[in-house]
Design a protein. Sequence first.
Length: 291
Amino acid sequence: MLHTLRASIASATLFIAVLAHADAKVEHWADRGIWPELDAQVPLGPPLTDDARAPAARLLIDASHGLATVFVGDAPIALYAYPLDAAARASLTRYTPALEEVHGTLTHEQDHDGDGIIDALDILRGAKKLLLNRAAYHERYVTLRYPGGDVPRTEGVCTDTIVRVLRNAGIDLQREVHDDIVAAPRAYPMVKKVDSNIDQRRVKTLLPWFRRHTRVLAPNVDYQPGDIVFFDTFPSKPGAEHVGVLSDRRAPDGNWLVINNWTDGAVDAEMPLLNWVPVTDHFRIARAPAK
């Protein structure tokens, strides 16, 4: 469960277990998320954006999972297979000053499925799989298995995008939202009858869960790839009606593109929404390891 995640983040209790590099067994990395047949089409490697100018860059080497993660400040921005090959080493010379190397592993609060990929990048990898899958927007009630239920992967709405990208990081929103509604029904006044087939597929029902169990950030501030953003697409109606996840690619205006399933006739795609659709809420699943 994630019921203590927000408190853990706020109190800065996240840490890494530092390992002796000489004793660490190197394994081949593997993403334990959705649709593994698409993993090879979401390669590891350098970020698409130029963050090399940031001075606080460091490299977390997790030999037990065969991965190395680049952080700029507290933002994870790139993932490499470890041991690093010559091309990876050459890519890492882009950082000035040189990266500080730290050997360690992520905690469960940072890596919910235990595959060595920090949740923000795991969410981003899931979103890129959705871009390859191209589910068509299709709004309907579907009876789902529980837990781990999903509509057919050929279809979905904006909330299905979020369910799927978080599931790639080991977070089952179907179960999480259901359990939270049962545990704290007053936090969900919009829910008249608990229904695990649809509750996690409604924008306004997702919002309380994110506010209660993730890091809440101000709209239009400190955006990072993998962040979850809610939008006001109908100004005449109060509150959010749409949701998406930030890509690691930028629009021509410099804003992050948003991976989302927009409306009828659309498919999961990257869109430049941040410059014209009002953002109501902004969330992040986890922070970087402690330094």
